[in-house]
Ligand binder design. Structure first.
Ligand SMILES: [Zn+2]
Length: 187
């Protein structure tokens, strides 16, 4: 047992634009009947309020037969999302400029962990790429299979059946020009 989640994260939203983008997505989800307008505690894990599923929640998924979804939590504050369903490759993370990958998980941790703490505390952190020596902001590092995302905007669907590719693409249309990450996992 346990709870599953699927997070759609906007990798490029700034703290200033995150609330407006979140509102655009939620307005559309409400108009489609996929979620209800009022977010309440108790519809996801933890105290963070979440939008209960709406009468047409099944429009977001491919196969609604066994679904009993809970809420959709909208995070517009600094947040580290992670995935543990996607299969991790040998190279967990790579530099967005030169493409050089960090060879394994423990090298990734030793390269990035101080920056992760700093980003969590301040919202900004840079790491020098060991290969090309460029200064790379922590959120810009590319994680294999979207393992981690350091973002200011994320939509977390609690216990929903797998979201369809089409639905995820529709959500991304409200985040124009931004890269998204998709992070499914289980608690
Ligand atoms: Zn590099």
């Amino acid at each position: 047992m346990g709870d599953t989640y699927q997070t759609i994260a906007d990798r490029d939203a700034t703290p200033e634009e995150a609330p407006r983008l979140a509102r655009d997505v939620v307005n559309w989800l409400v108009a489609e009947g996929i979620v209800l307008a009022e977010a309440e505690p108790g519809w996801g894990l933890g105290e963070h309020p979440a939008h209960p599923p709406g009468p047409h929640w099944h429009k977001a998924v491919d196969d609604a037969r066994w679904g009993a979804p809970e809420g959709v939590a909208v995070h517009t504050e600094r947040h580290v999302f992670y995935s543990n369903f996607n299969s991790g490759g040998p190279v967990p993370v790579s530099c967005p400029y030169c493409g050089t990958g960090v060879p394994d998980q423990s090298s990734a941790v030793s390269l990035l962990s101080a920056a992760m703490d700093e980003w969590y505390a301040t919202g900004t952190a840079d790491v020098e790429c060991p290969a090309c020596a460029r200064t790379v902001p922590l959120p810009a590092w590319n994680w294999t299979d979207d393992h981690l995302a350091f973002v200011h905007l994320g939509f977390r669907f609690w216990n929903w059946p797998p979201l369809s590719e089409e639905f995820r693409a529709r959500v991304a249309e409200f985040l124009p020009g931004h890269r998204t990450a998709f992070l499914p996992g289980k608690v």
